[in-house]
Design a protein around this ligand. Structure first.
Ligand code: SB7
Ligand code: NI
Length: 183
């Protein structure tokens, strides 16, 4: 199982690399990696298991965070309508997005960042993302709200981008006209 020791932290140059697309259909090894990433998210969200193994709760994990420079990430979350999102995405691409921005009013964190970085992370409010599942089938998702934020955070990791790269250091809590706050 993936433990916190397997998650690389800021300062590790891998976090600033651009990950590579993988060949489809995914190999058994790629599928195993994605399943282990999903298992980590599930464990990190389980009160007993996370306590027992000292896991930080996570709603997403990108392969570069476990030092694997492949374009794949796992997401496991529930939106505020109780809709569940559990996806392991391969070679994801945003194929369209809103002009409108949104942001988490709590700011963002990252399993690879052992500190709090205050400030709003402005992201596309709505995205259409395309990728492949572990069977090699194409998936197309239209996302808004928290899911849209989380998928963009994970996709950033595949391009060597950290959430705080988006924070305006001169005015971290600046909110542009029309940006949608997500509580
Ligand atoms: O890369 C995933 N990871 O660092 C876990 C945190 C995920 C996450 C946290 C806040 C907003 C969006 C995504
Ligand atoms: Ni992260």
């Amino acid at each position: 199982m993936i433990l916190m020791k397997d998650i690389i932290r800021e300062g590790n140059p891998t976090l600033r690399e651009v990950a590579k697309e993988i060949q489809l259909p995914p190999t058994k090894e790629d599928i195993d990696i994605l399943n282990k990433m999903q298992e980590f998210l599930e464990n990190s969200q389980d009160p007993q298991i996370s306590e027992k193994y000292g896991l930080r709760g996570g709603v997403g994990l990108a392969a570069p965070q476990i030092n694997i420079l492949k374009r794949m990430f796992a997401v496991r979350l529930e939106d505020d309508n109780g809709k569940k999102y559990q996806y392991s995405l391969i070679n994801p691409k945003i194929i369209s997005h809103s002009v409108e921005k949104s942001y988490l009013t709590t700011g963002e964190g990252c399993l690879s960042v052992d500190r709090t970085v205050p400030g709003y992370v402005l992201r596309h409010a709505r995205i259409t993302i395309k990728g492949y599942d572990i069977k090699g089938n194409e998936i197309k998702l239209r996302l808004k709200g928290l899911p849209a934020i989380v998928f963009q955070h994970e996709l950033d990791h595949l391009n060597g981008i950290m959430f705080y790269d988006h924070i305006d250091t001169n005015n971290p809590f600046f909110v542009p006209e029309g940006a949608i706050p997500i509580e």
